[in-house]
Design a protein around this ligand. Sequence first.
Ligand SMILES: [Zn+2]
Ligand SMILES: [Zn+2]
Length: 281
Amino acid sequence: MIVNNYHTHSLYCDGKDPLPLYVQEAEQRHIQQLGFSSHAPLPFDNNFSIKMERMPDYTAEIDQLQASTSVTLLKALECDFVPGISYPFAELKANHHLDYIIGGVHLVRPANSDELWFIDGPKREIYDEGLDNLFDHNIQRAVTTFWEQTFEMIETQPMDIIAHVDKIKMHNQHRFFQEDERWYQILADKALQLIKSHDLIMEVNTRGIYKKRCDSLYPSVEMLTKARKMDIPVIISSDAHQAKEIDLLFEEAYSVLRQCGYEQLMCFDTQKGYFVHQRAN
Ligand SMILES: [Zn+2]
Ligand SMILES: [Zn+2]
């Protein structure tokens, strides 16, 4: 199969390896297109996103690496959407001459609150604490807030790819809600409709499985099956935080996609400057 990865993190944000190591790994594994997607700068202190002042070095290093590799390197950011707080995605893309933007929700802002619920990362306790402290352990209200923030991101922020759309399930681990509950399905269905109407690419993200934090892909097979019927285009990504994770479980993810009826993945057309359909093998 053709392997491209558009979702990777390096030392510029919370990744563990420098950019050249990713390029080396991509060459060895015959990856054709490699997109760097640091967590975008945020207007508050944190330990996971690239600092705004590092952006020129980031894009310059990618340009410099491109001069000596046959792998197509692409410049991107994974932008967090936090209502009323995060920088506009369009501004980040234009100011730094990026090839594309991945949008994702990792920090959920409850209504009328400045505190944020961190739903990602290795620690389930942080998810549980946020659920208790910010949402009085009301799982339906908390999860609905996550999805509504996702809807607002899609409706207000121009982007190319939506990251791990149902990440909210990761730390739930089937404890507080089930994905086949009606209220949850209505929210997930609405996300698919918005992804379709805004012409977004949905990523199929393998990280939850290989990090053993989740027993299914983001998004679930149920969502992928519906997405195929709606003709929503997809890419496969590993959301690598180390070079050795660059193509983890791609074959497995592709086989799931095939079972859902997919035969094409999106790839970046460097002439056109946007993603186009490509047969996957
Ligand atoms: Zn993410
Ligand atoms: Zn990521």
